[in-house]
Design a protein around this ligand. Structure first.
Ligand SMILES: Nc1ncnc2c1ncn2[C@@H]1O[C@H](COP(=O)(O)OP(=O)(O)OP(=O)(O)O)[C@@H](O)[C@H]1O
Ligand SMILES: [Mg+2]
Length: 462
């Protein structure tokens, strides 16, 4: 459908262009030829008139110095016009164009009073005149009425030739247009059509659709390339959405399952409803609560609705405070804390609660995922327009290929897959959102201490 209309339009465009050019050329040729041809005819006629002037003058002399001979025998007029050829010379004028076009038929002879004696019956006012002078006296006028149009015979032949060439040009234009349209539909439109069909499939939800990218570096290759990129992005997003849903339901199901089991045991009397059972239930509820809170926060961050109340604050104080709050936890995990803070304040413009949440998440991870007897080093300093905060710990670390994935939702490194020590895998995604909301950067790399190194860069002013 689409191909037909585009091809047809192309055909029409090429065809009409070719026809218009041919027509314009035809008209111009016709006009030029007619004008030049007429000019040529009249030029020849004037040359012929000069010859006739000589012979008519001679004729007048030979016939007793009067026009009476002509008035009596008008049929002598034709002979009189014949050019006088000197003896022994070929009659060159016999075959001259003026002879062939019948120029002499447009000659007329007028007497001194401008009365017609012989020849063309309606001499026009713009006639070319030659006086017939005998013995210094003008005895009459030879006049030529110029051609105003090419004689009908010639005109007809010319028109026929024009028509023939018009047919030839028209046929050529059809062939050319068909050729161009065919070529265009093969070379240009087919790839476009392919992309159009693929878009259709994509719109119907077939995200695996790809179009072949041609080797040429033209717009169509670019279009195909971009289309494939679009399809890949959609496919990835779709996969991520499914994974996310599966992860969410899995994460919710686990604590719910545990609670369900415990409640059943209580109901059946297998277990007694004592303080320990309540604590266990509380723990599961807390896990669920945190999970739902984190998910809520992430979804708010995704739609850009997470509210930030930014104020001028000092990162040095904030980090010091957060580390202080974790002192118990850190020593409880058997870690040695090294805190390296600058002497000067580290001013920043941010949401204190969120930034606290960011560093708490990092410290919480270090406590959770570092073997006892290890070390935790927190350092903060100013680097140009940025405040750089490093949180490093000792073994275990994260496999290098997993480093970029740490910030994905629900991602947990293989070593800490056990539910006992690990969380849901949302903490670092939240950290990343918080850093991004402060126009900063967060990066994970292996630490020289043997564990993980998280570097946070936040804009610092003042
Ligand atoms: N300091 C660390 N040392 C080693 N591995 C770490 C460290 N911090 C994070 N990880 C790994 O990165 C994973 C993702 O961390 P993240 O904080 O996003 O999720 P989580 O701690 O598992 O769960 P949540 O923070 O949602 O309770 C962790 O499961 C862990 O495997
Ligand atoms: Mg965490």
């Amino acid at each position: 459908m689409m191909k037909l209309s585009l091809t047809a339009r192309l055909f029409a465009a090429v065809f009409s262009t070719a026809m218009a050019v041919a027509l314009a050329m035809g008209v111009l040729t016709h006009v030029n030829l007619n004008r030049d041809f007429l000019g040529y005819l009249n030029e020849q006629a004037v040359n012929r008139l000069d010859l006739a002037q000589v012979s008519v003058t001679a004729g007048y002399r030979e016939n007793g110095g009067s026009w009476d001979f002509l008035r009596e025998k008008p049929e002598l007029w034709g002979r009189l016009l014949r050019p006088r050829v000197p003896e022994g010379q070929a009659p060159a004028v016999k075959s001259s164009p003026a002879e062939l076009t019948g120029a002499t038929r447009r000659f007329a002879l007028l007497d001194v009073d401008r009365q017609r004696i012989a020849g063309f019956s309606q001499p026009s006012p713009d006639a070319v005149e030659r006086p017939i002078v005998v013995d210094g006296l003008t005895v009459g006028w030879l006049v030529l009425t110029p051609f105003e149009s090419v004689s009908s015979g010639a005109e007809k032949r010319f028109a026929d030739a024009q028509l023939r060439s018009a047919w030839a040009v028209g046929g050529g234009a059809v062939l050319l247009a068909a050729g161009v349209a065919f070529w265009a539909s093969r070379r240009l439109l087919r790839p476009v059509r392919r992309v159009a069909e693929a878009s259709h499939r994509l719109a119907a939800g077939d995200y695996g659709t790809r179009v072949p990218v041609t080797a040429s570096k033209d717009e169509i290759a670019q279009l195909s390339h971009d289309f494939n990129h679009l399809a890949l992005t959609l496919q990835r997003n779709e996969a991520m959405r499914r994974e996310f849903m599966a992860d969410v339901s899995h994460e919710l199901r686990t604590p719910l399952g545990v609670m369900h089991g415990e409640l059943e045991a209580l109901e059946d009397g297998v277990r007694r409803l004592d303080a320990q059972a309540l604590r266990s239930l509380q723990g599961e509820v807390a896990t669920l609560h945190k999970l739902v809170d984190d998910l809520h926060e992430l979804s708010l961050a995704d739609v850009g609705a997470l509210s930030y109340r930014k104020t001028d604050l000092d990162l040095r104080t904030l980090i010091d405070g957060t580390a202080g709050a974790f002192r118990e936890r850190i020593s409880g995990s058997g870690l040695a804390l090294q805190l390296e803070l600058p002497d000067q304040p580290l001013p920043a413009f941010g949401d204190e609660r969120r930034l606290r949440q960011l560093f708490s998440n990092l410290l919480e991870n270090s406590c959770r995922y570092t073997e006892a007897g290890g070390a935790l080093r927190i350092s903060a300093r100013r680097e140009g327009p940025h405040a750089v905060i490093d949180v490093q710990d000792s073994a275990p670390g994260v496999l290098p290929e997993q480093l970029p994935r740490l910030f994905e939702r629900f991602f947990r490194a293989e070593a800490s897959r056990s539910r006992r020590s690990g969380g849901a895998g949302l903490g670092l995604s939240i950290c990343q959102r918080i850093v991004q909301a402060h126009e900063g950067r967060i990066e994970a790399r292996p630490s020289p201490l043997g564990g993980l190194w998280l570097r946070v860069e936040l804009p610092s002013h003042g």
